[in-house]
Design a protein around this ligand. Structure first.
Ligand SMILES: [Fe+2]
Length: 258
């Protein structure tokens, strides 16, 4: 199979091929309809997107979000993260009640329908991880990779053996906004190329690697292997999406968190 090709349907084979990095993405257009896209966007705007509280001392592109992610807590203690996770999960459920729609649940059900083993929200000592984030990335996102196996071992999600990201795009970003994915899985030694603390790698890390550009269409659900280096191009207009991570355990279960 040619890596640069995407799959346009979800089944056990395409999901497994994506974990095995045999292809670049699974793209499902019209996963949600225009009306639901608008409903989600309006609901998010009502809560209000806020700037990330990055602890970086170097400039990073402006990014706004709603709901917390585990990523910003990965070097902190679980006692600090899980109370925040509970808060953010409550906020997400209140949001779903308001718009009468749960996009995360739709993705989880979609995966469950196409996977034999359980598809669950990641847990630790009975606490749910955060599992959905809304992001506005018009100003771009730097080159990076996401792979929980490399995070400190006191997190249960570090047991995953492969990982991808899911995103539902909500707005038309106009010119630009593509998600660029490189056929280059993150290895520990690549960290010599980090130039912005834990986020942002020098393009040298992907030099000579094939890549694909995923165009953004509102209503699409896209899965890609997030252990591959990826970045988001700057766009002309607002680029709002909702998404999270899916991890494969050695038992074959799928875990969802963000
Ligand atoms: Fe990412």
């Amino acid at each position: 199979m040619n890596w640069q090709k995407s799959a346009y349907k979800t089944n056990e084979k395409t999901l497994m091929d994506l974990f095995d990095n045999k292809m670049s993405a699974i793209i499902l257009e019209n996963f949600i309809n225009d009306e639901d896209c608008q409903k989600i966007e309006e609901g998010l705007q009502q809560i209000g997107l806020k700037h990330y509280n990055y602890q970086y001392n170097i400039d990073v592109p402006e990014a706004k979000h709603i709901f917390d992610t585990h990523y910003l807590y990965e070097h902190k203690k679980p006692e600090e993260y899980f109370p925040k996770a509970k808060e953010t999960n409550l906020l997400y459920h209140a949001f779903c009640d308001t718009i009468n729609f749960d996009p995360f649940l739709k993705v989880q059900k979609h995966l469950s329908n196409n996977w034999t083993k359980p598809v669950q929200i990641a847990k630790q000592n009975n606490n749910d991880y955060t599992h959905v984030i809304a992001r506005e990335l018009q100003s771009s996102a730097l080159l990076h990779a996401d792979f929980a196996q490399f995070i400190p071992k006191h997190w249960s999600i570090s047991e995953i053996i492969a990982q991808y990201a899911w995103n539902i795009y909500l707005t038309d970003p106009g010119i630009g906004g593509e998600c660029v994915v490189y056929n280059k899985l993150w290895e520990k030694e690549d960290d010599q190329y980090i130039y912005k603390q834990t986020y942002g790698y020098d393009e040298k890390v992907v030099e000579g690697k094939e890549s694909t550009q995923i165009a953004i269409k509102p209503g699409s659900l896209v899965f890609f292997n997030s252990r591959n280096f990826h970045k988001v191009n700057k766009s002309q207009k607002m680029r709002l999406s909702i998404g999270g991570h899916v991890g494969l355990t050695s038992a074959g279960n799928l875990l969802m968190w963000v």
